[in-house]
Each structure stands twice: as structure tokens, then as C-alpha cells.
Design a protein around this ligand. Structure first.
Ligand code: FAD
Length: 289
């Protein structure tokens, strides 16, 4: 973990672009609450295809104009070099300076995979088109990407994104801090020393967590799964237990030198803020984790 200790910690909150006016109003309230704790940036996810793409742009530009730096996620799957270049130009002209560059996943049934096949090709294309305009974040998978040929290949593929010009990474969420520590050790042995910020998923709803985790390949350890299962419909106990488990994991991560945290908020303020407050991050400059 030594390589990670040299980086200034940064804290960020991720949103998805709302579909309805009601969703937009809700996100504004969530944004206002989270802005009070002064995160380093917000980020907004991206879905391949026309309308979701436009919603990401709209949400990013709206949030960015309100004073907290906002990073769009941008995936290359299903896109063309031309369509990606247009997006990059829109963001550059609006003063956006950070992009989360991803391959993305096509919704099932959507045909062609696009001109750029993997995130390393997207990173290279962004550097070619926009030079150093953007700070580029890429995805990292301490428990390995579900489609990787094997763990070693996945690490090599991560290295490709760094070689192509990624500045830092955000991980898929995990509930097992050791997978993150081991991942960082492996990167250090490969002489990869960019900041790798843990992605944190607050636990608020058991069934959606299971569905989501199955999809993205994140493991819910048996002891957590069993305990959540036992709470059944008791959502208060699920939240309380989830908050405790995730707070403890974050404490371990920060104490070991993780260079910040990135919260998958799912457009809800409460759960992330509770963890934030438990960690004492309001006074984060004074904390000696
Ligand atoms: P890549 O790094 O390209 O890797 C994808 C797979 O291909 C891996 O198995 C890898 O080992 C393999 N691979 C990579 N390069 C090569 C190569 N050159 N040759 C052979 N195999 C290779 N998805 C969205 O749709 N929208 C979002 O906004 C979004 N945000 C995310 C944010 C974060 C922080 C994370 C961790 C994930 C996010 N995702 C998002 C999910 C992500 O798009 C998926 O996990 C996707 O399947 C992989 O994207 P990637 O950028 O990691 O792809």
C-alpha cells in the first residue's frame, strides 16, 4: 500500500442521470446536501445510446455550473470516434476537467460494439483528441472483471489503461478490504503507482444489492449476505448493519493508505452521509487515519 500513501486524498460522490422531472428535483436536493460536505468532485454515469447520453450531458453541465467540479463517465461501447469527439468537445468547452473513461456495457439486444473495443483504446483516443485537457479516471476491479479471461490478464489490461494515459482509477465496489490491498500490491509489483480510489457502495436494500452485485461481479461475503437475509423486511436493521459494516471497511482502507473514497450514492444522500459522518470526514484535513 506504500504507493498509495503519497497521494492527496480525494472524496467524490457518483450519481446517475435522472429520467423524470421528479428525479431531477430529487437529485438537486441530494446534490445540495452532499455539496455541504465539500467533496472534491461529483461524477455522473453514462449509458450507451441516445437519450441516456443526452441525460448525462444535461446532468453534468447542470451540476458543474453549480460550483462543484463534475466528472462525466464516458463509455466507448456502441459509440464512434466522431460521437465521442463531439462529447469531448462539449465537455472541454464547458470547463469540465475530469472524465471517467470506460468501455461500458451494451444493454442486451443492442447490436454493434463500436469503433473502440476496450477502455485502453478510449483513453488513448481521448489523449489523441484532447491532449491533457482532462484528468482521466479508469475503472479497477480488485475482485477482477467478470469477463476477464483470467486474473493475470485482467491486471495486464488494467496496465494498458495506465500506459494509454489514465491518471487515476476508481474501483468497482467490494466488501472485502483485503481484495483491494492485494490488488494494490500486485500493481506495485508491476510498477503501477497511480491513485486507486476505492468505490464504496452503501448497503441500503438487500435485494437490489444482490441483483446489482450478481451483474457486476462484486462479491457479498457470506456473513454479510446471511445477516442481511436474516433481517428480512426490517429495512432499519439492514441500513444500520450495512452502515456499520461499510464504515468499518472504510476505516480500514483509509488507515492503510487508500487515497480517498468514491461513493456510489444511487442518488441518495443519507447512507453515504452517515458513513461520511461516522468516519469524521467533515474534519478530514485533521484526521490521522
Ligand atoms: P475494460 O477496461 O475495457 O475491460 C473490460 C474487460 O475486457 C475486462 O475483462 C478486461 O480484462 C478485458 N480487456 C480489457 N482490455 C483488453 C484487451 N486489450 N484485450 C482483451 N481483453 C481486454 N458502465 C456504464 O455503462 N456506465 C458507467 O457510467 C459506468 N461507470 C462505472 C464506474 C466505475 C468506477 C466502474 C468500476 C464501473 C463502471 N461501469 C459503468 C461499468 C463498466 O463499464 C463495466 O464494468 C464494463 O464491463 C467494463 O468497463 P471497463 O472500462 O472496466 O472496461
Amino acid at each position: 500500500m506504500e504507493s498509495q500513501k503519497q497521494f492527496k486524498r480525494r472524496f467524490s460522490f457518483e450519481f446517475f442521470p435522472p429520467k423524470t422531472d421528479q428525479g431531477r428535483e430529487k437529485l438537486q436536493t441530494v446534490r445540495d446536501r452532499l455539496a455541504e460536505v465539500h467533496p472534491d468532485f461529483f461524477s455522473v454515469t453514462f449509458g450507451a445510446g441516445g437519450s441516456t447520453r443526452d441525460r448525462t450531458i444535461e446532468t453534468v453541465l447542470n451540476l458543474h455550473s453549480q460550483g462543484i467540479s463534475t466528472a462525466p463517465h464516458l463509455s466507448c461501447v456502441g459509440g464512434t470516434r466522431k460521437s465521442i469527439a463531439e462529447l469531448l468537445d462539449i465537455y472541454r468547452e464547458s470547463g469540465v476537467n475530469r472524465i471517467v473513461a470506460l468501455r461500458g456495457d451494451l444493454p442486451s439486444g443492442m447490436g454493434a460494439s463500436g469503433e473502440l473495443r476496450y477502455a485502453n483504446e478510449l483513453v488513448a483516443f481521448i489523449r489523441e483528441h484532447s491532449g491533457d485537457t482532462f484528468n482521466l479516471e479508469v475503472a479497477a476491479y480488485p475482485e477482477f472483471h467478470p469477463q476477464a479471461r483470467n486474473a493475470e490478464e485482467d491486471l495486464k489490461n488494467f496496465a494498458r489503461k495506465v500506459e494509454a494515459g489514465a491518471n487515476s482509477a476508481i474501483t468497482q465496489y467490494f466488501f472485502n478490504a483485503d481484495s483491494y490491498f492485494y490488488f494494490i500490491d500486485r500493481l506495485e509489483k508491476m510498477n503501477i503507482t497511480i491513485p486507486v480510489v476505492p468505490g464504496i457502495m452503501p448497503i441500503v436494500n438487500f435485494s437490489s444489492l444482490v441483483r446489482f452485485s450478481d451483474m457486476c461481479g462484486a462479491e457479498i461475503p457470506r456473513w454479510i449476505r446471511k445477516q442481511l437475509e436474516a433481517y428480512g423486511d426490517d429495512s432499519d436493521s439492514i441500513r444500520k448493519f450495512g452502515e456499520e459494516v461499510v464504515t468499518r471497511m472504510c476505516e480500514r482502507l483509509l488507515a492503510a493508505g487508500a487515497p480517498g473514497l468514491h461513493f456510489y450514492t444511487l442518488n441518495q444522500a443519507e447512507a453515504s452521509l452517515n458513513i461520511w459522518n461516522n468516519l469524521g470526514l467533515a474534519n478530514r484535513d485533521k484526521i490521522s487515519f
